[in-house]
Design a protein around this ligand. Structure first.
Ligand code: SF4
Length: 403
């Protein structure tokens, strides 16, 4: 594990210089790298200064993580996929468990989808797990089990976009490739004073150009990690810690007080809320009936109680009768309310109402997408968090009742 030292910066020694710097030194003009400005040309003095300060800081202050202790491209690929839209602290235990279970491409490629999804349970964005699994099979079949090393080839794997491909190529293979994940986007935009919507095509092109210019020959790995760390530790979204920043002397936003404006604030849409009703069918032995969700889409491939959305004006009981008729083709008798749980997924929030039910007529469908699971150990199947919470609630109550 890399040892953290106190953060060293060049900001203190440079703070006096900022006022007197010329436009070319500060990179005062926004927009793309400019051929008429020597400091901002590829290989210009500005980029060299930033790179030197950034790498020096990273080598003494870079964060230690389990996946940074390996050079195994497979493990670096797994970590980069898990880190998409997810914080390092959240990823850490999932990464350890995943690598312990699937230590190499062969073991992941040969795994059953349920085994992969069950290890991903709670990490969210389940398409990542499905893509990683598919990707491992592609690597086994098309690349002889060896992860390809170029950005172009990596981008052909499912779930690997340009920034993830750049990160893998740089970190795993030492290639001099830029990255532009959320942290890098913010760092680069602030450093060079790039305004506007950072996700617009034109702005993104500019950011990629700047990001590439930060990568000096032979420094791809460390530059990628340094930019990630700077964005995570100092150049954070709110109240960046500029006084501790190693590149503040070269930062356009710091010089002009634009940190609060770059990137522009995005107005978040209201997160929708859905009322969900869930049918809990329990066998005499205490096992519950689950259905596998369709393979694609949110929570795809996970196992869940049969459920449906309550429509406006509909009672929970009426909604449940309708949902089970539509999805299972059965009529039901509702025995009792088993409680309510709330959960916030990435794109919506739900309140789930569980009802103990029994099926009328021919009973419940029994096919490859149905299973009876024991509540405490649902046999290596991944469950959505809300269903897991409801199951835990039921178990607690059953324990308290002694039933
Ligand atoms: S905004 Fe502040 S923390 Fe971010 S790069 Fe500039 S000086 Fe560093």
């Amino acid at each position: 594990m890399r040892k953290r030292k106190s953060i060293t910066t060049c900001s203190a020694r440079s703070s006096k210089k900022i006022k007197g710097r010329s436009a070319s030194e500060t990179g005062r003009r926004s927009g793309a790298p400019c051929a008429s400005d020597p400091a901002r040309r590829p290989g210009g003095a500005l980029f060299a200064r930033i790179s030197t300060s950034l790498l020096r800081w990273f080598r003494s202050c870079g964060r230690g993580m389990e996946w940074r202790e390996t050079t195994d491209p497979y493990r670096i690929w797994v970590s980069e996929i898990m880190l998409q839209q997810t914080r390092v602290e959240t990823v850490a235990p999932y990464y350890s468990r995943f690598i312990a279970r699937f230590p190499d491409i062969a073991s992941l490629a040969g795994a059953a989808p349920d085994d992969v999804l069950s290890l991903w349970e709670g990490l969210g964005y389940y398409a990542r797990a499905r893509n990683l699994h598919r990707g491992a099979r592609i690597v086994r079949e098309r690349h002889g089990g060896m992860l390809p090393s170029t950005v172009e080839e990596l981008m052909r794997l499912p779930g690997v976009g340009r920034s993830t491909a750049g990160a893998i190529a740089a970190i795993a293979f030492g290639r001099d490739e830029p990255i532009l994940d959320a942290n890098a986007r913010r760092v680069v935009a602030r450093l060079f004073g790039v305004r506007g919507d950072l996700r617009s095509t034109a702005t993104e092109r500019t950011l990629w150009e700047y990001s590439a210019l930060l990568v000096r020959k032979g420094t791809g790995r460390d530059t990628a990690l340094a930019v990630m760390d700077l964005g995570a530790v100092l150049c954070i979204p709110k109240s960046p810690r500029c006084s501790e920043c190693p590149v503040s002397a070269c930062c356009e936003s710091f010089a002009r007080g634009l940190q609060g404006e770059i990137p522009p604030r995005r107005f978040r849409k209201a997160v929708p809320h859905h009322d969900i009703v869930a049918a809990l069918f329990r066998r005499d032995d205490g096992w519950y009936y689950f259905r596998r969700r369709p393979p694609e889409g949110l929570l795809g491939g996970l196992w869940a109680f049969p459920s449906g959305r309550r429509l406006p004006g509909e009672s929970p009981e009426a909604a449940l009768r309708r949902a089970t008729r539509e999805k299972l083709g059965v009529g039901i008798a509702i025995q009792r309310n088993m409680g309510t749980v709330k959960h916030a997924y990435s794109h919506y929030r739900i309140t789930m109402h569980g009802f103990l039910c029994s099926a009328k007529g021919n009973g419940l469908p029994s096919d490859g997408d149905s299973a009876w699971l024991r509540p405490g150990t649902p046999g290596g199947r991944g469950l959505p968090r809300a269903d897991r919470k409801l199951l835990e609630r039921i178990l607690e109550e059953e324990g308290a009742d002694g039933s």
